[in-house]
Design a protein around this ligand. Sequence first.
Ligand code: FES
Ligand code: FES
Length: 158
Amino acid sequence: MRPFALKCKVNGLDMEREIPSSRSLLDFIREDLGLKGTKEGCGEGECGACLVLLDGKAVNSCLMMAVQLHGKELVTIEGLKGKDGGLHPLQKTFMEEGAVQCGFCTPGLIVASEALLRRKPDATLEDIKQELTGNLCRCTGYEKVLSAVEKARDERNA
Ligand code: FES
Ligand code: FES
């Protein structure tokens, strides 16, 4: 099978690369680009560990093919930064609120939360809970995660 000539933007940088057309987006991110912050949990669209932003929308990269990235902009957890180039506000509030334990789910939770706050800057607690229903976390019990997202929302809107 002939390789596919992929053109896209990844974390702010233009990229051109030949890839097998059968490559999953998740494998492309983790194995080809070496961006290991995006996690593989279930591999079936159930856990949210593999979430990335595609043209600003949160998508499960385990359910997509890399060719679907053509002409689009991908942002992974590594590409989320604060205005000063340091930690993103959600990364800060997750740390401050103790919303990270083993951390496996954290990139997906932050990507989902960022997608929500971009779409709905005044998201309510219910909106946040609804958005994060697709993100499984075995460690935190979610309370601190919700506090962290609310805190980031409030700081963003201050
Ligand atoms: S690894 Fe993609 S949703 Fe679980
Ligand atoms: S912090 Fe361990 S799975 Fe969420």
